[in-house]
Design a protein around this ligand. Structure first.
Ligand code: PLP
Length: 395
């Protein structure tokens, strides 16, 4: 039996999404830029998908731009705001220390080009406040970019309040909502969001497709040059099958959002309660302002990677943090941003659930994790030092 508890890394593509995609491979296969009937059929589908996705976010149809995923949407939003800012001699950007690398690495690149970036500290509970954003805004600020929900610890930021502060100061506000879309209720107008990134594969849509919402009036810069697709802002023949799959998956996720969310929260809270009983363990991130499916916990005295491999041997698929950093020896920048010491951050485990997980699976996880943690601790010289009192326990 395989227990898939890594839905923050990616989700299984739903049957509905796959079915929605299939006709666009060999039946309605035209190029939407072609003027003939076959092309125009594809164009109609594209327009319809754009309308459906816009509706799910409370946006206007022409405020949605399709991209190759969340990373591209983040890149384009941030670079566009930077270019717009430079025209007015505004080259200051505000973000946080615990963003996804698609945001952090784009910001690093801009810093090399002379932009100043303020990386806000994150509180121990994994939240940044609107007041802290307000205090950081300067006359030269051209962008605030803060993630909606964190991909490692699942904490949800006060997006509407941050949006309000930015709107009042006249500063564009972008949010990487890749973990939030399809999982939380979002309305870009009510929440004062100017730009928002999403990615289909995080809500049971296909991989390699996403979208950027851009409020009317904000000028986008191209990341990909070429043809005039996406109103000249993103070249390349549109990935119609996946765009149709994304629209179907998003509508499906939103239709069942409250029901799924209540169910998944139940599983999450059972996991958190059970895992909290393991001695010298610490749950990371706020327990309330948290994605329905996210559990993130640190165990003192062990390495997250060894824990993952042993859990995998028991059929449990989990993560030590972000999939993009696994393979590197540095602990997660997200956990370090919460103020956790390196040695604690190294022993992290992320379990991310979805509505397909079952109570029985949670029971298996609750049986196996303590077993594996004990096994690893018994072999660990670090744990021996902690238990003998040679070194003090941190958690
Ligand atoms: C997955 C993820 C991304 C990247 O999205 P892709 O579609 O895989 O490029 C960006 N930000 C967050 C918060 C994510 O979880």
């Amino acid at each position: 039996m395989t227990i898939y508890a890594d839905n923050a890394a990616t989700t299984k593509t739903s049957k509905k999404a796959i079915e929605a995609m299939l006709p666009y491979f060999d039946k309605i296969y035209g190029n939407p830029s072609s003027l003939h009937t076959v092309g125009q059929e594809a164009k109609e589908a594209l327009t319809e998908a754009r309308e459906r996705i816009a509706k799910c976010l409370g946006a206007e149809t022409n405020e949605i731009y399709f991209t190759s995923g969340g990373s591209e949407a983040d890149n384009q939003a941030i670079v566009s705001a930077a270019v717009n800012g430079a025209k007015k001699d505004k080259k200051h950007i505000i973000s946080t220390k615990f963003e996804h690398h698609a945001v952090l690495h784009t910001l690093k690149k801009l810093q090399k080009q002379g932009y100043e970036v303020t990386y806000l500290d994150v509180h121990e509970n994994g939240i940044v406040t609107a007041n802290e954003v307000k205090a950081a805004i300067k006359p030269e600020t051209c962008l605030v970019t803060i993630m909606y929900a964190n991909n490692e610890i699942g904490t949800i930021q006060p997006i509407a309040e941050i949006g309000k502060v930015c709107r009042e100061a006249g500063v564009p506000f972008h949010t990487d909502a890749v973990q939030a879309v399809g999982h939380l209720h979002i309305d870009v107008k009510e929440q004062n969001i100017d730009m928002l990134s999403l990615s289909a594969h995080k809500f049971h849509g296909p991989k390699g497709v996403g979208a950027l919402y851009v409020k009317k009036g904000i000028i986008l810069s191209n990341i990909i040059e070429g043809g005039a697709q996406e109103r000249g802002k993103r070249a390349g023949t549109e990935n119609i099958p996946e765009i149709m799959g994304m629209a179907a998956a998003l509508e499906d996720a939103i239709a069942d959002l409250d029901k799924n969310s209540a169910y998944v929260k139940g599983l999450r809270d059972k996991l958190i309660e059970g895992l909290s009983k393991i001695p010298h363990a610490k749950i990371n991130g706020d327990l309330e302002k948290r994605l329905p499916g996210n559990v993130n916990i640190c165990f003192e005295g062990i390495e997250g990677e060894s824990l993952l491999l042993l859990l995998d041997a028991h059929g449990i698929c989990a993560s030590s943090g972000s999939a993009c950093t696994s393979g590197s020896l540095d602990p997660s920048h997200v956990l370090l941003s919460l103020g956790l010491p390196h040695e604690v951050a190294h022993g992290s485990l992320r379990l991310s659930l979805c509505e397909e997980n079952t109570e029985e699976e949670i029971d298996v996880i609750l049986e196996k994790v303590p077993e594996v943690v004990n096994y690893l601790r018994n072999m660990s010289p670090v744990w021996e030092d902690l238990e003998s009192g040679k070194k003090a326990h941190i958690i």
